[in-house]
Structures are given as C-alpha cells and as structure tokens.
Design a protein around this ligand. Structure first.
Ligand code: ACO
Ligand SMILES: O=CC(=O)O
Ligand code: MG
Length: 567
C-alpha cells in the first residue's frame, strides 16, 4: 500500500513547560516568542498572578464602597508617607532629564514607529495600551518593531508610495507602555490560563531589548516604561516586584528600569505619594492621563446622580477638579525630585483647511502654555505636526533648562499645599445636551468599529480618538441614561432614556454611513460596533472597560501554534 510522503513538520512555537501559544504562527513572531523569552514571561506570571488577582478584587471592593456613597480620599493609614519630608525618588537618569516633548503612538504600524522616533520629540512612548487594538498581529508586530527600533535597524518600505523609512541621526528615547493590569492575553496560556497582558508586553520587550537599550539609548539605565490605569499603590508595588525580578534575571543593577506612572484614575490621585514611594528606586515621575481620568471620574461615581458630567467637550483642564489634579501632581513630583508630565491635547493637524488648522494649533499652544506655567516638565504630542509648536512653548518657557523639577515655580507651587479632597472631587460644570449624546454615539461607534478592525487610534472630526477618549463617550451616555439626565435639545428639555438613545443610534449610524460611504460602511465592522456600543450604554451595570468586553471579538485562536505540534 502506498504511503504518503512524510508531511513537512508543521511550524510551531517552541514553548517551555506550561506555556501554550494560541496565536498564529509566524517565523518573525517566533524570533520574539523563543523558549527563553516565554520562560521569562511565565516566571513573571507565576510569581505575580496572585497579587494581580488580589489587586483587582480590591478595586471591585473599593467600587462597592463608592457605590454605597463613600468618597475617594487620602488614606489615613499612609499619612506618614505623604507627610514625611525625608525621602525622594532616585536621581533622574541623564538620558531622560529633558522630556519637554514626548510623542505617543501605537507600537504598530512600523512606519509610525519610525516616524515617531524621527519626529524631533525627546521621547517616543510606544503604546500597547490606549492607542493599540490588542490583536495578536498588532502585539507581535509591535514587539518586532520595538526590538528593531532599539537595535537601530528598523526600516520600512511603503511600496505603494515608493517611500523608504529609516531612523534619522537623533531618534527619540523610547518608553514603552504595556497594557493595564486588568487585560488578559488570550493567545498566551500559562498553566492553562490566559496570561496577564501587561506582563507579556513588558516581558517580551524587556527580554529582547534591555541590553541594547542600556548600551545605546539609556546610557546605562533603562529600559523605560509608562504604567497605565493603576488605582492604588499596591498595584505599583507589583510593578516594583516585576522590575526587581527582571533586573535580577538580567544581571543589571537595581533601579536600572525606570517608569512614569500615569495618574489617570480618580482613586490614584489620592495615592500619588504612595505610588512614588513604592517605586522610588524605579520612578521616572508621574503623568496626567487626563482622558482616562475623566473616564474614571464617571466610573467611580457611577451610582451618583449628583455627579453627572456636562458634555464631553466641556470637561477640559480648566475645570476645577482637573486643574487641582494637575497642580497636586506637579507639587508631589517636584517634592520627590521627579518629572511631572503633562497630558494629551486632542487636536491634530487639519489638512484641508488652513484657518481651522491654525485654530487647532492655537488650542494646542494654549493647553501647553497652561501646562508649562503650572509647572509641568514636559508634555505629550499626538502627531508629529504638532511638535514644533509644542517645543516652542515649552522650550521658550524653560529657557534652556531641561526641566523645572527643582524650580518650585509655576502655578502649582504658588497654589501651595492647598489642594484638598474637595478640590479633587468638585463636580464639573456645564450643559448636558442631546448634541452631546449624539456626538458621543457617533464617535463611540466609529471608534469601536476601528478597534475591532485593528486600529486603536484614529482621527475623527479632527481630533485624536483612542480607547481613553472613546471610554468617556461610552460611560457618559451610560451615566446620563442610568440617571435619566435632563438634556438640552435646542431650548427644549428632554430626558435621556433608552428610547432616546435607540433613536440617536439609528440617526447617527445613518450619518456615519453617509460620511464614510456605503461600501466602507458595509465592509467595516460598523453594524457590530453599533450593537456593542448600544448594549454597553444601556447595560444595567456599567462594564468596567469597553475593551475588556469587546476583547473576545478580536481573539483569533490557532490551536496548533505551539509545540508539541497538534495539527
Ligand atoms: C489618551 C491617550 O492615551 S493619548 C496617547 C495614546 N494615543 C495616541 O498615541 C494617538 C497618537 N496619534 C495617532 O495615532 C495619529 O496621529 C492619528 C491616528 C490620530 C492620526 O494619524 P493619521 O491619520 O495617520 O494622521 P496623518 O495622515 O495626518 O499623518 C501624517 C503622517 O504623520 C504620521 N503620524 C501621525 N501621527 C503619528 C504619531 N503619533 N506618531 C508617528 N507618526 C505619526 C503618519 O504615520 C503619517 O506619516 P507618512 O506621511 O509617513 O505617511
Ligand atoms: O493615557 C492617557 C490618557 O489621557 O488617558
Ligand atoms: Mg490613558
């Protein structure tokens, strides 16, 4: 009997004991997902998963207390940490003394990574978080891009436009933002369970790049990270443990790794000193993640009809609670000797209308001037086209100094120690309108459609939209419906109800279809996005994260991807 010729061995990842890869096999990804790098990631999972589970349970428990009427506040138990004058964070590494302008963008596409590194910004924050839809392809390509960026070998050819991309002479210094603690990575199983997403992001990048980074960009320090969405210093303590383990395994000095923590949840603003204290040997300061912070304000106060937000467009840094947050962050960082980073203005360049473009740039300039006058040491830019204007504002104000950490100057310092719990919680003021409900819906649906299709940051109506800004749209609609907010409809008052939202979704979906064209609408995931967004806005209980709920829709399993080969 004739036998089949031996089948070619099926390509699959070579995994250590207890690790399974369910994502598509690709030889490029296999160079990232090596047996040794996966063993490193698995070690992190096994040591820290219990602590992460506990921290997530404590988040839920705190929320139950807020739902019952308790307000977030400074913790009396950690008063000594806040009031002690005798401690400071480790000195700032010379390589990141000057962070006046930082560009952010997703770690994939590759072209964007090169553009960001060449943008003239001091730092590029490569994002696995708000700006990246965490598909397997994006995550793995992002890892490939960052490895090549650190090695200095990253190039890209845009065949359609006949353009070559390569690194310039003075690339920005790389920071990497892994996902938040709450997100799983369903394509990597450790002991049969989905891995913790941020430990996959951190672990793979650290494993492949720490040596090249430290001998190149970091000048003996690094790698550098941004840490998102924490709610309590116990979560920073887990990162400290992760860093110490990584440093030990890599044989590099304790305190090499540095991280800037985004203060972008309402509970975390009451924990800034404690977070810096936990990370004091690894700290690279704090950042005002203003968009997630607004999202978190709504989420924390989900049960309270007295905390309804006005239209999203009115909740800016001029609101008392936002200004107080930025001032307290600056005071805290400067007291402890680290950078107080500003946040993201949502405007991006407008290509086809010079006057509108100038108006957008002016808004960015004003925002940045407010930041640097308040005492921020640097800030974020969403787009390379904004960097000259932002640099001019920051460098003009700093007058040759790399930062103003020691200056004790600025509005925040002048405000003294006066930022109180009441300041931080003061409800924002402004109108609530049906147009606001419509705008939230139009933006939310388009963002979810883009995210499901693999794009985590998109331009919509001349603004940058990412997971954080989209979350505001979602939770604001939910909050208004939940509490039956009275909305202004051009002089007439109407109440937010599920029926009103259903009508708004119908009208806005039709408008989006007309704007993007019937063909793109049909091929895109707009209808699915409309259903998800509506469901989320009308859910009896608020989902913690839009991206957690929608994550299953972007998971694509290839069960034969890791050894022993099962195909
Ligand atoms: C709330 C937060 O977390 S904020 C931080 C997370 N969010 C982000 O990082 C958003 C970053 N910004 C972006 O993703 C983009 O600017 C967008 C999606 C908003 C707009 O991008 P585009 O539609 O590509 O803009 P546009 O067409 O004007 O781009 C012009 C060029 O600039 C490049 N570019 C635009 N933004 C960036 C960026 N942030 N980094 C690097 N390059 C960029 C584009 O790749 C394009 O390059 P090319 O000329 O070589 O083709
Ligand atoms: O991550 C930044 C934010 O504003 O959210
Ligand atoms: Mg954020």
């Amino acid at each position: 009997m004739a036998t089949n010729a031996a089948a070619p061995p099926c390509p699959c990842y070579d995994t250590p004991e207890g690790v399974d890869i369910l994502g598509r096999y690709d030889p490029e990804f296999a160079a990232i997902l090596t047996r040794d790098s996966l063993a490193f990631v698995a070690g992190l999972q096994r040591e820290f998963r219990g602590a992460v589970r506990y921290a997530m349970e404590r988040r839920r428990e705190a929320q139950r207390r807020y739902d019952a009427g308790e307000l977030p506040r400074f913790d009396p138990a950690t008063r000594p940490v806040r009031e002690a004058g005798g401690w400071a964070c480790a000195p700032v590494p010379p390589a990141i003394a000057d962070r006046t302008v930082e560009i952010t963008g997703p770690a994939e596409p590759r072209k964007m990574v090169i553009n960001a590194l060449n943008s003239g910004a001091k730092v590029f924050m490569a994002d696995f978080e708000d700006a990246l839809s965490p598909t397997w392809e994006n995550l793995m390509r992002g890892q490939v891009n960052l490895r090549d960026a650190v090695a200095g070998t990253i190039t890209y050819r845009d065949a359609a436009r006949g353009r070559e991309y390569r690194l310039g002479d003075r690339p920005a210094t790389l920071f990497v933002r892994p996902r938040g603690w709450h997100l799983p990575e369903a394509h990597v199983l450790v002991d049969g369970e989905p891995a913790i997403g941020c430990l996959v992001d951190f672990g793979l990048y650290f494993f492949h790049s720490h040596a090249a980074f430290r001998s190149g960009q970091g000048a003996d320090f690094g790698p550098f990270f941004y840490l998102p969405k924490m709610e309590h210093s116990r979560e920073a303590r887990i990162w400290k443990g992760v860093f110490e383990r990584a440093e030990k395994e890599a044989g590099i000095g304790r305190g090499s790794i540095r991280a800037t923590v985004l203060v972008e949840t309402l509970p975390a603003v009451f924990q800034m000193e404690e977070i810096l204290h936990e990370l004091r040997d690894h700290s690279a300061g704090l950042n005002c993640g203003r968009w997630d912070y607004i999202f978190s304000y709504v989420k924390t106060f989900r049960a309270r009809p007295d905390r309804l937000l006005p239209d999203r467009a009115l909740v800016g840094m001029a609101q008392h609670f936002m200004r107080s947050y930025s001032h307290l962050l600056i005071q805290t960082c400067h007291r402890r000797g680290v950078h107080a980073m500003g946040g993201m203005a949502a405007q991006i360049p407008i290509k086809d209308d010079a006057a509108a473009n100038e108006a957008a740039l002016e808004l960015v300039r004003k925002d940045k001037l407010r930041e640097v006058r308040a005492g921020h040491d640097g800030t974020w830019a969403a787009h390379p086209g904004l960097i000259p204007a932002i640099r001019e504002v920051f460098e003009g104000h700093l007058g040759g100094r790399p930062n103003q950490i020691d200056a004790a100057a600025g509005d925040a310092a002048r405000a003294g120690v006066a930022v109180t719990e009441e300041d931080l919680l003061q409800p924002p003021r402004g109108a609530r309108t049906v147009e606001g409900l419509r705008h939230n819906t139009r933006v939310g649906v388009q963002y979810v459609a883009a995210w499901l299709s693999g794009s985590g940051s998109v331009p919509l109506y001349n603004l940058m939209e990412d997971a954080a800004t989209a979350e505001i749209s979602r939770v604001q609609n939910w909050q208004w419906l939940r509490h039956g907010a009275v909305l202004d409809a051009g002089g007439v008052e109407v109440r937010a109800t599920p029926e009103l939202l259903a009508r708004v979704v119908e009208v806005e979906m039709a408008r989006v279809e007309a704007e993007v064209g019937a063909e793109r609408f049909r091929r895109g995931r707009y209808a699915e996005a409309g259903r998800i967004f509506s469901r989320q806005c009308t859910a009896p209980e608020l989902d913690d994260f839009l991206t957690l709920d929608a994550y299953n829709l972007i998971v694509v399993h290839h069960p034969g991807a890791s050894s022993p080969c099962k195909l």
